[in-house]
Design a protein around this ligand. Sequence first.
Ligand code: ADP
Ligand code: ADP
Length: 227
Amino acid sequence: MITFEHVGKTYGDWTAIDDLSLHVAEGEFCVLIGPSGSGKTTTLKMINRLIEHDRGRILFEGAEIRSFAPEQLRRRMGYAIQSIGLFPHWTVEENIGAVPRLLGWPKSRIRDRVTELLGLLALEPERFRDRYPRHLSGGQQQRVGVARALAADPSVLLMDEPFGALDPVTRDTLQAEMLRIHKASGTTIVLVTHDIDEAIRLGSRIVILDGGRIVQSGTPRAILTKP
Ligand code: ADP
Ligand code: ADP
């Protein structure tokens, strides 16, 4: 689904990513983990071209990502981040429906999809669809952020510490919901975290980064049992 071949990224004279090769298979839940500054966010953002790589190749479904316009990639790849970034003047329904609207979905289809996603993320549709973000708790906003990323049935879901700022109970609930959604939809997911427990719980594969390089990659079991 996503392949990195000897990818590099340099900021000025700082090598953030060095000779990174990685294959994320369709349907995989791939977790990128590593200390702060290890290159996780850079790696994630190179997938949807929010950051351009400067060495090697990145392929999406077999084609160089540079052959896709950034807007085209971002419509096929959902993106959820810790700071959420909901539009404050848009209701929950308008926020979740943003990409489907761009894609020209009819209103009734968007409405049904919003209802479905709110239900999936344990937000009662009739209570929440017309609210504005400022009237939601942090955890509820985070759910809306995830729902927005999922709205147009993306083939890939990219998430950057989406549960980072949440209290443990809410985080636990959202992680469980993510696992359920992944199982049900089969969406390919790449998630960035610095939380090893989250990585082990969610990942079908864990990729450990340090200093812009992959130091280990494997199933949680393989990583935990490695001497
Ligand atoms: P992580 O997500 O693992 O914390 P990042 O991918 O954000 O790591 O950053 C990797 C390295 O690149 C860090 O050393 C960071 O300081 C540096 N870096 C990231 N973005 C920029 C930028 N826009 N300009 C200069 N250096 C950057
Ligand atoms: P207002 O009602 O205050 O004019 P809008 O609801 O139109 O605000 O938009 C809220 C914010 O979202 C604005 O900052 C606007 O620039 C931004 N925005 C509007 N449409 C899009 C879009 N399609 N993609 C990204 N940002 C958008």
